[in-house]
Design a protein around this ligand. Structure first.
Ligand code: ZN
Ligand code: ZN
Length: 83
């Protein structure tokens, strides 16, 4: 069984803002966040189909991160780990 290490609190995300090099905070899964989805969101290597990620089968969990400093948001695909 594959689980996302961030959703299951197995790992602390350590992502750095590309804009200002500050730490970014995990805002949760993209799916949970989708209501607030913004046009300026920067998709990092994610395949989108009509705005929806289609890569769930690849054991990746898209998370939204927002910079604590400049509020810029990015999506990172988190590799799920097998338990
Ligand atoms: Zn996750
Ligand atoms: Zn920033």
């Amino acid at each position: 069984m594959f689980v996302c290490p961030l959703c299951n609190q197995l790992e602390e995300p350590q992502y750095i803002c590309r804009n200002c090099q500050q730490r970014m905070a995990d805002e949760g899964r993209l799916m949970d966040y989708f209501d607030d989805y913004s046009a300026y969101l920067d998709i990092d290597g994610m395949k989108l189909f009509n705005g929806y990620p289609i890569d769930q089968k690849d054991h990746q969990c898209p998370h939204v991160f927002s910079c604590v400093n400049c509020s810029k948001q990015y999506v990172h695909l988190i590799e799920e780990v097998e338990l």
